[in-house]
Structure formats: structure tokens, C-alpha cells
Ligand binder design. Structure first.
Ligand SMILES: O=C(O)c1ccccc1NCC(=O)[C@H](O)[C@H](O)COP(=O)(O)O
Length: 218
């Protein structure tokens, strides 16, 4: 697991946060955007106060949110990372970074312009999250994009000297195949969930597959 960085996104309860904090994940994500996983800053403030989470960074996911809205969330929750998962421009990201002084991660929803879009965020983003592009949703869809395009994203991130998370439909069953593309930063929401709750068995299975470099071909 040494070279793998895991982000488990879309925590919706104290129990979800406890599972993530006790897993191999480095980052726990919370959705502050329209979504079935949306949580309030007040809820998350209570969970992070109640659940020991030393060593787990907290990411807030936002979609086209205003600086004021993000600052409002930060007044409740000590987020380490702001993940911009919408159509934010490089200029908006830079202004936001200046205002909140936090790590800013930019999500790019894959399409044929993906690499060109990523290039626009040089010197702006502290990390990238490459996700699937699904009509009518910004993220958390459980859908994968064409993984043959991953090497080009990793190359551009290497050039920018920032981490590049791959997201979208990653599960314990396909994570072995994903790793074969040279991916070390992995972002999962749906693949470790059942009926809206993070699932311990799925988390352990995912981590076992990574640890043992296994590929579930069933
Ligand atoms: O998870 C959501 O519901 C969500 C909603 C709106 C914007 C972003 C969202 N999630 C951001 C993430 O970082 C997810 O981990 C990523 O999209 C992958 O999700 P999944 O395909 O379900 O593993």
C-alpha cells in the first residue's frame, strides 16, 4: 500500500467517518453540493469533533460554489482541502486559494478536452481528480471513463508536479486493473457504499486487492 494514496469520498454520517478514519485512506471527503450525499457543515462539524481522525485529511467537495459559501463551510469545518468539482475557472481557483489559504484540488470530468483543460490549471491546482463525465451529474456517479486515457493525465500531472487522483466507478473488483495503468492516487465513493452507507467489508476488500496487487477477473 506504500505508494497508494486513497481518498474515500461522500461520508454521510459519524459512522462513515469512523470507518474511513480507521481505514488506509489518507483523505475523507464530504459533499457540500447538490447530491444524494450532500451533508451540512453543522453535521460534519459534529462528526469531526466526535470521531478521532488523526492522520486523515478532510476534503470538502464543492460544485460552482461562491467563495462566501465555501468560507461559510470553513467557519464550521476545519477542512484541509477544497475540491472544486464543477466548472470553476483557473482564475476562480486562484482567487479562492488566496481567500481561504487551503489546498485546492480541481476535478476534471474526462472528455477529449480533458488534458487541455488540465493544462489551463497549471500553477493553480494543488492536485487533480479525473472523473467520469456523466450527463446531469457532477460526480459520485459510480461510472468509469475510458482508462486508456489515464497515462496522458498522469503525464500532465507529473509535468505539473502535482498528484493526480483517478475517480469514477472504482470498486474492489476493478481496482487491480486500474493499478495496472500506473495509478497511485485513487478516489472512491460509490464502490465502497451500500444503501448510502460506507461498508467496512468493501473498504477492506478494496485495500486487500491493492495490498496484494490482485486483479478480480471474475
Ligand atoms: O459523490 C457525490 O455525490 C458528488 C456529487 C457532486 C460532485 C462530486 C461528487 N463526488 C466527488 C468525488 O470525489 C467522488 O469520489 C468521485 O466523483 C467518484 O465517485 P464514484 O464514481 O461514485 O466512486
Amino acid at each position: 500500500m506504500s505508494d497508494v494514496v486513497l481518498k474515500y469520498c461522500g461520508c454521510q454520517s459519524k459512522e462513515d467517518l469512523a470507518l474511513v478514519a480507521n481505514s488506509q485512506a489518507t483523505v475523507a471527503g464530504f459533499i457540500f453540493a447538490p447530491s444524494k450525499r450532500r451533508v451540512s457543515p453543522q453535521q460534519v462539524a459534529q462528526w469531526v469533533a466526535d470521531v478521532p481522525h488523526e492522520g486523515t485529511m478532510l476534503a470538502g467537495v464543492f460544485v460552482n460554489a461562491s467563495e462566501d459559501d465555501i468560507a461559510h463551510v470553513l467557519s464550521f469545518v476545519p477542512l484541509d482541502i477544497i475540491q472544486c468539482h464543477g466548472d470553476e475557472s483557473p482564475e476562480q481557483v486562484l482567487l479562492l486559494k488566496k481567500r481561504v489559504n487551503k489546498k485546492i484540488w480541481k476535478a476534471i470530468r474526462h472528455d477529449e478536452q480533458g488534458i487541455a483543460t488540465m493544462k489551463q490549471f497549471r500553477q493553480c491546482a494543488d492536485a487533480f481528480v479525473i472523473d467520469a463525465r456523466v450527463e446531469g451529474a457532477y460526480g459520485g456517479t459510480g461510472v468509469s471513463f475510458d482508462w486508456n486515457t489515464i497515462p496522458a493525465y498522469l503525464e500532465e500531472a507529473k509535468h505539473q508536479q502535482v498528484p493526480c487522483f483517478i475517480a469514477g466507478g472504482i470498486t474492489p473488483q476493478n481496482v487491480g486493473k486500474l493499478r495496472a495503468y500506473g495509478v497511485s492516487h485513487i478516489d472512491v465513493a460509490s464502490g465502497i457504499e451500500r444503501e448510502g452507507k460506507k461498508e467496512k467489508e468493501a473498504i477492506q476488500q478494496l485495500e486487500r486487492m491493492i495490498e496484494n496487487d490482485e486483479n478480480d477477473l471474475s
